[in-house]
Design a protein around this ligand. Sequence first.
Ligand code: C2E
Ligand code: CA
Ligand code: CA
Ligand code: CA
Length: 274
Amino acid sequence: AKREGRGTFRLYEPKMDEERLARRALERDLARAVEAGELELFYQPIFDLRTDLVVGFEGLLRWRHARHGLVSPHEFIPIAEETGLIGPIGEWVIQQACHQAANWPASIKVAVNLSPVQFKTGDVMAAVTHALASSGLPAERLELEVTESTLLDAGAVGDILQQVKTLGATIALDDFGTGYASMSSLRSFPFDKIKIDQSFVQEMNSSSGSAAIVYATLDLARRLGIATTAEGVETEEQLGVLRAAGCTTAQGYLIGKPMQAEHIPSFLVQSEVH
Ligand code: C2E
Ligand code: CA
Ligand code: CA
Ligand code: CA
């Protein structure tokens, strides 16, 4: 409403105010979400391509907002990171994942996502140690997923991850290929697994460039002696190509969508794991 003849001002400013207000409201709601019991971990199955067995689940956070319904982590994780709420939320995730996985068959692992911010503001090692001890989950059944930006941001992260590995947990490099320093990330830390980002997997059958990147990543992982998970597998065709190329595990809607913990036992029975 500042200048006549420049309609964009008039239209734009109220919208910005609305967005700011909506954002403030979300921040306030998120601050109470943990205590209000509005956060829930869904679990997506990870499938071994050599044994045809489900070998684990990745925990994926959902926020069941009283008025907005299910809010995507793409929306609220950035807010949690900027406000510092990722600390308590991230600890809740580790705790919840370990306690739920302790009820699953011993052959099934659980993976949790860690934000780079958690390494700066929280004690990841203490959170993991506490969650393992209180749940009784063997450390070997816990995998931590970090993105390469985690390694770029803070110097001590490698040491923390090494401590967690010493406990027996495994570390996966998530979203491989989407950042700026994938290769140097592999050099700077001994990951147990590479997760190939779904953008490459989904273009594999239509783009020879994406296919080349998937094949090269699988070859690289094999030479490094580390496992691979292809993310976002949606078709039998993709699964067949990945299997033939020696990918070790696959994850995606074809195998199973993220599900509530209560559905895991029947999912495992259907997929014939006992
Ligand atoms: P991500 O770790 O790369 O997780 C994979 C995402 O791909 C999930 O989205 C999953 O639902 C989705 N996905 C799985 N299979 C398919 C498929 O076949 N097709 C398609 N189109 N998508 C598929 P989601 O659950 O919305 O999570 C988005 C991102 O939010 C995650 O990406 C992760 O970066 C972050 N996130 C989720 N939970 C947590 C958490 O507990 N802590 C932190 N720090 N980040 C989290
Ligand atoms: Ca992940
Ligand atoms: Ca990923
Ligand atoms: Ca991702």
